[in-house]
Design a protein around this ligand. Sequence first.
Ligand code: HEC
Ligand code: HEC
Ligand code: HEC
Ligand code: HEC
Ligand code: HEC
Length: 484
Amino acid sequence: MQLKQVCVFLGVSIILAVFSSLAAAEFAVVDKEQYPYAPSLIQWEKTAAEFTEPETCGECHPQQYEEWRGSMHSLAFQDPIYQGELMLAIEAVGHDVARQCEGCHSAAAVVTGEVKGAGLTGLSPLAMAGVSCDVCHSIKGHSHWQTPTHQPENGSMILSPGKEVDGEAVLTKFGPLPVEEGCGDGFHECIESPLHQQTELCGSCHQITHYEKHTPLEMTYSEWKNSPYAAKGINCQDCHMVELETFKRSADTFQKPVRDEYHHYFNGANFLMYALTEMAAQKSGDEELAASSRQKYEMAVGRLQAAATLDISPVYRHGKLAEVVVRINNQRAGHYLPTSLTNIRQMWLEVTATDASGKTILSSGQVNSKGQLPADARRFNSDGMGDNMHFAIDPWSIVSFSKHDTIPPKGYREVHYGLTGTGDDPINLNVKLRFRQANQKVAEKLLSHVPDDMNLEAIYGIKEIPTVPIIDMIDKTVTISGEE
Ligand code: HEC
Ligand code: HEC
Ligand code: HEC
Ligand code: HEC
Ligand code: HEC
């Protein structure tokens, strides 16, 4: 090669290298060939076999159907908070990007091309059913180790509702059981899938990164992966697909539930959505759904109230009470407490101390009449930041976090409250650990952006957006001596 040719060759290589690194920065190394629905990383093995709506599965699996109906998975698409936020996402970044959301909240209807934005009008029962039976039981595998983060993220699962045999569609359903003769009653074939007993089944959707920059946004899977529960083989299913008592046993003893203890509740913390679903069911006269939503509400509250424990210890200096230390232990959540939308969910301490005469000597974390928390309330959450380093809450605008203050699994956080001039008499101290889905302003913003075809009054009977309810996870009162 002559010198001139080498220079031209080098020049072209440098230009190519610059171009390819620009392209990589722009598309964040998602391979569009592999991931045709990017930024959602779902994949579909397309055959003549179609997805089935839950009602049909329910004809032969009535128990699973009743448990799933009214669960957060059944609500994932119709959830008004989701629809409101989806509208905002489409306005901000366009529908191509917002498809990331739909890939998790209504996966089957994304690959079939049915869902094309926010709103419910004209959609099939399959699309409305969100995370339906046939989303999970068509999961054939995942591509976790090929994603940009080499972890589960953004729906990195492979959907395969069936296959073609001699040109005819044959449905195949993946489940936990060894295949027995007659499984599926001629409606579907059964395939034994170890994945269905593993956390990796849930991980694809319970791990969200920024659509372009891959900033970790909601990290329930990796929080679990790095916890003692993962080390002991206690999976999401072992706490979220069982009764409350069984969940406590899984958390306390690391003992796995037996086969017939599993149920399709997928019950977490969202008591607010169960309360709304109960209101909607009462309005439409569906008594069965109203009763099961009430049961799910109580289960979510019970789970929140079992999640943490609280220790209060006085600190004395020169013989006098100087401060109290409040320690919150994450006793039973298999991930950080809280997890997931940690920049929206609110968990905080409300502390009130009164002296012997009843006078308040310390008060922190009281919600005001407008439903707002004071700025100095001790919250256990995260604060997201946008490109401009300013506070941001929407998943398409958050590129980093200024604060991460959630409580690790089996770990704790401590808060110190200083006390001065308490005298020698004992004081009364009330400490509450409180939880709500969102602050009042965020809830109002999202609910006022629901698509036009979602009339909150017609569905839920709500005329104006009510105060976001608060659950006390712990409410403890102690008397503390003023002197050592
Ligand atoms: C990787 C899967 C995934 C993607 C992508 C995703 N979500 Fe979600 N979303 C979830 C999961 C899982 C939850 C439940 C977390 C929880 O309850 O703490 C959730 C919860 C929510 C909630 C809270 C609903 C409530 O009732 O409180 C909203 C709102 C929401 N998502 C909107 C969106 C929007 C808008 C997008 C796109 C910008 C999006 N999600 C993208 C999986 C996903
Ligand atoms: C979020 C994913 C998910 C959804 C949605 C879901 N399942 Fe399952 N299903 C599972 C998992 C995980 C198991 C295995 C649990 C275990 O280890 O027993 C399972 C087990 C089953 C089994 C085997 C027997 C049993 O109950 O353990 C049947 C049958 C079944 N599901 C039917 C359904 C039907 C019908 C629906 C819809 C009404 C549905 N599933 C919705 C994840 C899901
Ligand atoms: C015509 C009846 C019928 C219909 C409809 C039906 N199933 Fe089944 N399915 C069965 C029978 C029978 C079994 C055997 C085990 C049992 O009785 O639960 C079975 C087993 C299963 C299993 C366990 C398989 C394993 O290997 O662990 C899953 C999961 C499942 N079905 C999911 C579904 C889903 C999802 C749908 C809807 C798309 C569906 N089924 C529709 C009859 C049916
Ligand atoms: C196809 C995506 C997908 C898969 C797979 C999936 N989830 Fe979910 N899950 C969601 C979405 C989306 C929501 C939130 C719906 C909403 O808030 O509107 C959710 C909500 C939940 C909640 C309720 C959270 C709350 O705030 O109350 C629990 C618990 C849960 N999932 C557990 C599981 C478990 C356990 C598995 C695996 C067996 C699993 N999920 C698999 C998408 C998925
Ligand atoms: C040892 C039991 C345990 C395990 C294992 C576990 N969880 Fe949880 N989970 C809880 C408890 C307790 C809560 C309620 C407290 C909270 O919100 O964190 C909860 C809450 C949740 C919520 C609602 C969060 C919110 O505040 O809105 C989601 C979503 C969730 N879990 C998903 C998962 C997924 C996905 C896995 C597996 C990667 C998993 N969990 C593993 C116990 C567990």
